[in-house]
Write a protein that binds this ligand. Structure first.
Ligand SMILES: O=C(O)CCC(=O)C(=O)O
Ligand SMILES: [Fe+2]
Length: 199
């Protein structure tokens, strides 16, 4: 796939059944510092999901911006209107990826005990081969991908200012996670831009 290959600085990572594009320094240190500070001001909420009939608090905080409600892990998130900063970050990832996005899910990991378990972003509303653009700010956490049948793994560091684009059949064949860690760990904010079907 040559979709993003014209863009300088974006590394194409090819895995069986997955298409990834990665740029650890998508934003400069100063830009990333400013974005991190501003993003911390959003109305972060720790939401609960229903798991085996019980309400369980999610091990991280979230925000949701966009044009339409979205169901995620059985939780319907009502979006807030785009802020100037989020619109700007959306434009940046749209220009680089050549894709347009209508929503963004923010995750805030307060420390090493906040995490996101193994999952694929395979909700029906995202369509069969979704392109998802992920921006990371703050602490570098281990982002792991695991093939659903072969178990093959890939670990990527997502440092302050990094961009990762997942496309092709990545969500079909692979899961991903942000693992817990015992190491001293500062705050991390991740934004995943998605195109949610509007029908
Ligand atoms: O925090 C991350 O890097 C991953 C977030 C993620 O997988 C998601 O929002 O679906
Ligand atoms: Fe995900």
């Amino acid at each position: 796939m040559t979709l993003f290959s014209g863009h300088q600085g974006l590394e194409h990572i090819q895995l069986p059944g997955a298409e990834l594009w990665y740029q650890p320094d998508f934003y400069s240190q100063i830009q990333a510092d400013n974005h991190l500070l501003a993003l911390q001001q959003l109305a972060w909420q720790q939401l609960s999901i229903r798991l085996y009939g019980k309400e369980v608090l999610q091990p991280r905080q979230q925000v949701w911006f966009g044009d339409k409600p979205y169901t995620y892990s059985g939780l319907t998130l009502t979006p807030a209107p785009w802020t100037a900063l989020l619109s700007q970050l959306k434009r940046d990832v749209e220009l680089t990826s050549g894709h347009s996005f209508n929503t963004v899910l923010g995750n805030l990991y307060r420390d090493g005990s906040d995490y996101m378990g193994w999952h694929s972003d395979d909700e029906v509303e995202l369509g069969p081969d979704p392109v998802i653009a992920s921006l990371s700010f703050g602490e570098t956490r281990r982002f792991l991908l695991r093939h659903k049948t072969t178990g093959e793994k890939l670990e990527l560091a997502l440092p302050h200012g990094a961009l990762l684009i997942m496309g092709g059949s990545t969500q079909h064949y692979w899961q991903h996670q942000v693992a817990k860690t015992q190491k001293p760990c500062r705050l991390r904010i991740n934004l995943t831009f998605r195109d949610v079907c509007m029908t």
